[in-house]
Design a binder for this molecule. Structure first.
Ligand code: BES
Ligand code: MN
Ligand code: ZN
Length: 480
């Protein structure tokens, strides 16, 4: 996709994507050129400018797409980003090869060019590689965008953010028959080759010699053995900070011997989203050339029931020596993360951020639009909340100081129980992870179980994986 600057005098031989607030007062001076069409549409209430309102207007030269932003005081950059993505997606699906997207009339908002870059990169993605492209298939045609405000650098950075998120979506959407832990390792290796990252992969033998007992236990029921993947990005010159990301990479979560009932197993191909996000973040970090040293850990296994599975009642030993009594093999995410968090802590980074589709409880608590944020450092909490606000990926801070839940983690026979009471399940999981964070390390845990999938196309999201969190993390690194 190319995005360039252009004046008002362009001939709209393609698509005009026009974003408008509810009172429509902020419409640019296009209406002269449009021979008053917009004013007529508003007067007749064919188009209201309400949030998510949309009108496609075929013209003699090209097509106009009016996209509503809603009330002015409620319109945020997130609204604009979503509205841009919807408009551009519809234009592209209707075979427009190029689009003119004026933004000067919205100039009281910061970050417009960045959002245009993001929307342009996110709008065209759909998980359709397995579909036969018959005559009903509408390819996405858009490959050129013009706008009326200057900001090449922001546009290009926005496109890199989007590219990282789309990369993550592409892998997260692949089913368990196509992506197993070894496939994740291959994807990491090819990313490392492309961008000159360091890549270290621990196979099952190495995992054993490295005392990764929790990851090995979770992987033991599958014929696809587990992997720990470690990518490193080193900046030119002395790094400003050292950041480690850790992603849960369960390529399929059947629940193991505590097998998931009926359709609870559906969408569990998406249980590797945390790891896919880490891959996306590493791609973004390399393309943006950030000044921090960034480590990406992906802790990958397939959770399956079989004769070799780990069992309820088993007692396993994690890398830091802590023993864990298994009370539910479906609480596997915290186990694979435990070992990886130990390895990440050994690097003594300034910050560890883990991402995981960890608990149904978090989805129940916060719904499908907000991810849970658990963090042991208020300063880091503030920075992540700001980054998430800017990225339009809402986070909600959750408690990490529940003494009664901490109390319930004790096992009579081991140091910890892997699962606890049903109520407060997301907090229990976060407190469990905390046991594996090295001393004096700022740490944040994002529970993305509720936000990892969408079932309809809307704004920047398509059907399937969202890769929620990738842009928040990139934004966080860029602001360090
Ligand atoms: N991968 C699931 C969590 C999940 C649920 C993600 C729904 C996305 C949508 C996780 O491994 C899991 O099964 N968690 C259990 C924990 C319980 C056994 C303590 C859960 O949430 O039910
Ligand atoms: Mn599970
Ligand atoms: Zn899981």
């Amino acid at each position: 996709m190319r995005i360039s600057l252009c004046g008002n005098d362009t001939l709209y031989d393609s698509a005009l994507v026009l974003l408008t607030e509810e009172d429509c007062a902020n419409l640019p001076a296009f209406d002269d050129e449009m021979r008053g069409v917009i004013a007529t549409l508003i007067a007749r209430k064919d188009f209201t400018g309400k949030k998510d309102s949309f009108l496609r207007v075929p013209m003699t030269e090209g097509t106009m797409y009016l996209s509503g932003l809603g009330k002015k005081d409620k319109c945020t950059l997130k609204t604009i980003r979503d509205s841009l993505a919807s408009g551009l997606r519809t234009a592209g699906k209707n075979r427009a090869k190029s689009a003119y997207v004026p933004l000067a009339h919205l100039k009281e908002h910061d970050g417009l060019c960045f959002a245009l870059g993001e929307a342009s990169g996110l709008c065209g993605y759909a998980f359709d590689s397995y579909k036969t492209k018959d005559e009903d298939y509408e390819p996405f045609a858009l490959d050129e965008i013009f706008t009326d405000i200057n900001g090449d650098e922001d546009i290009s950075a926005g496109m890199k953010f989007a590219g990282a998120q789309v990369f993550s979506r592409g892998i997260a959407n692949e089913p368990g028959c196509a992506v197993c832990p070894a496939t994740m390792a291959e994807k990491a290796e090819s990313l490392a080759r492309e961008y000159g990252l360091e890549c270290d992969i621990w196979d099952e033998k190495r995992l054993a010699s490295e005392r990764m007992g929790a990851l090995l236990a979770v992987g033991s029921g599958s014929k696809n053995p587990p992997r720990l993947i470690h990518l490193t990005y080193k900046p030119k010159g002395t790094p400003s900070k050292k950041i480690a990301f850790v992603g849960k990479g369960i390529t399929f979560d059947s629940g193991g011997l505590n097998i998931k009932p009926d359709n609870f197993m559906l969408t569990m191909k998406g249980d590797k989203t945390g790891a896919c996000n880490v891959l996306g973040i590493m791609k973004g970090v390399a393309e943006l050339g950030v000044t921090a040293e960034v480590h990406g850990f992906m802790t990958c296994a397939e959770n399956m029931p079989s004769g070799s599975s780990y069992r309820p009642d088993d007692i396993i030993r994690a890398r830091n020596g802590k023993t864990i009594e298994i009370t539910n093999t479906d609480a596997e995410g915290r186990l694979v993360l435990a070992d990886a968090l130990c390895v990440a802590s050994e690097l003594k980074p300034d910050v560890i951020i883990d991402m995981a589709t960890l608990t149904g409880a978090c989805a129940v608590a916060l719904g499908k639009t907000r991810a849970g944020l658990f963090v042991n450092d208020d300063d880091l909490a503030g920075k992540l909340l700001t980054a998430s606000e800017n990225a339009g990926e809402p986070l909600w801070r959750m408690p990490l100081d529940d003494d009664e839940i901490s109390e319930s983690m004790k096992s009579p026979f081991a140091d910890l129980l892997n699962s606890g009471p049903r109520y407060g399940g997301a907090i229990y999981a976060a407190l469990f992870l905390k046991e594996f964070i090295g001393e004096n390390i700022s740490w944040a845990h994002l529970d993305i179980a509720g936000v990892d999938f969408r079932d309809k196309v809307k704004g920047i999201y398509c059907k399937g994986a969202t890769a929620f969190g990738v842009r928040t993390c990139l934004e966080f690194i860029m602001r360090l």
